[in-house]
Write a protein that binds this ligand. Structure first.
Ligand code: MN
Ligand code: MN
Length: 469
């Protein structure tokens, strides 16, 4: 221990031995503030352009191609520095920058997700009741239903026609577009409703989206408002009611990503979970030249409903992509996996002093303290966690510290208060060392979530350091 005459013994010991947790703003080089702001401008654009996983994939392709990436075809010859991507059914995308070392040395992966909680339309959505037209919904992911009423909504998605043609729908984000909303009870008549627990106050079957009120003129039939809506849809998209059966339409909040606070230190938006990590990983990958190890960026779908399905992280689509790359170097896939590392890049809960009783302050993530590492997630005794080893955490500490990345260790909330999972366990199942890390979020899964700019930027820096490790 270094002697310092000006410090008391207690001060010396404190400096040398005690882990100091403090805001990143006390350490951030003022020169870096501008870089951080520029990064956040790009992130806000990414959010506004991608309100569904399909739109995020489209935006990712555009950014990747502008950075020299090309679509990968099986058997394509690859050399170090080559930049490729493969899209899985328009809803997930894998990108890679080939490294100097062979795939038998393992790859550095970031796995994040681009789906976010929302309201999906049912397959028979449109109906009229009391001269108002509505769309029935079935929510996607963990939402608090009371948060989704009386807010402006947009409608995004696709309608697959019998002809094989796929019609894209996007209403609300264009200039002059109308919006939609879900109504709620007025306080004057909400006496009984107000006595219900939050989870029961808004039953799922009342999350019906208001889409019309004007009846078809000069008609004696029934459901004239619905008919008028159908006519408008037919004129704009060429669809009939039956086409909803093979559609994938969802209502998402009609909010643009915006700075929050007098000091503009935060960003409010829909879908930070998990586009804030997805964009960090993507932006870092796009800046790579030729890394030592091949860098792989996985942007998955379906995390919010358990990573199921062909476009989720459990799907073999990821293994197929990796196997194709390995085949090009005559390496068994599993030999590549066992030497690989994955950062499961997903958001965690930021400590919220307004709800202090559900957090354990000593182990919570704080806004502006940097990228949050979670050795484990899960609930009730770490159930559903991949629980990274001490050695893996040690490796990441070293990589992040060497790259001047501000980071913090975090746990979601108090033990037995709740919990959650990520894609980490599905990567770990593949025999890939995996650690959870990401941006702390306030109001996670709400239609409008908040993050700190410093944490967004540090997560980008962290992803870059991992790819370059
Ligand atoms: Mn997430
Ligand atoms: Mn989530």
């Amino acid at each position: 221990m270094e002697e310092n005459k000006e410090l008391t013994r207690g001060e010396q010991l404190r400096k040398a031995l005690v882990y100091d947790r403090k805001t990143g703003y006390d350490r951030l080089d003022p020169q870096e503030l501008e870089v951080m702001e520029t990064y956040c401008v790009g992130y806000k654009q990414f959010l506004d352009a991608g309100k569904t996983e399909r739109e995020c994939v489209d935006r990712t392709i555009a950014l990747a191609e502008a950075a020299g990436f090309r679509a990968y075809a099986r058997g394509m010859e690859l050399k170090p520095g080559d930049k490729i991507y493969r899209v899985n059914r328009g809803k997930a995308i894998m990108l890679a920058v080939m490294g100097r070392k062979g795939l038998e040395e393992g790859v550095n992966i970031s796995a994040s997700h681009i789906d976010s909680p929302r309201l999906d339309l049912k397959q028979n959505p449109l109906y009229e009741d009391s001269e108002l037209a509505f769309l029935k919904t079935h929510y996607y992911g963990g939402i608090r239903k009371y948060q989704w009423v009386t807010i402006p909504l947009e409608l995004h998605g696709v309608i697959a026609l019998k002809s094989g043609e796929v019609v894209r729908v996007s209403v609300g984000d264009g200039e002059g577009d109308p919006l939609f909303t879900i109504d709620d009870l007025l306080p004057h008549l909400g006496v009984k409703q107000s006595k219900n627990p939050l989870s029961e106050a808004i039953p799922a079957e009342t999350l019906n989206i208001l889409v019309g009120s004007r009846p078809l003129r000069d008609d004696e039939g029934t459901d004239r408002v619905k008919l008028q809506v159908l006519e408008l849809l037919n004129r704009k998209y060429g669809i009939v009611e039956e086409d909803f059966l093979s559609a994938e339409l969802c209502a998402v909040p009609a909010y643009k990503a915006t700075d929050i606070g007098f000091d503009r230190s935060m960003i409010g938006a829909y879908g930070h979970d998990d586009r804030v990590c997805s964009y960090a990983a993507l932006a870092a990958l796009l800046q790579l030249d030729t890394p030592e190890h091949t860098a792989v960026c996985m942007l998955a779908d379906k995390e919010e409903i358990g990573s199921e399905g062909v476009s989720g992280m459990k799907s073999a689509a990821f293994d197929t992509f990796m196997e194709d790359l390995c085949a090009g170097q005559n390496i068994p896939l599993r030999a590549c996996y066992e030497k690989s590392f994955c950062l499961s890049a997903d958001v965690t809960a930021a400590y919220d002093p307004n709800f202090a009783d559900v957090y354990e302050k000593r182990n919570s993530a704080f806004v502006n303290h940097g990228m949050a590492l979670c050795k484990y997630t899960g609930s009730r005794g770490k159930s559903g966690a991949s629980d990274a080893s001490a050695e893996v955490v040690g490796h990441v500490r070293r990589v992040l510290d060497n790259a001047d990345v501000f980071w913090q260790m975090a746990e979601l909330g108090k033990v037995d208060e709740g919990g959650g999972g990520t894609v980490a366990m599905y990567m770990a199942e593949r025999n890939i060392d995996t650690l959870d890390a990401g941006v702390p979020v306030l109001s996670m899964h709400a239609p409008f979530e908040t993050v700190g700019k410093l944490d967004c930027y540090m997560t980008f820096k962290g992803m870059k350091a991992i790819f370059e490790a």
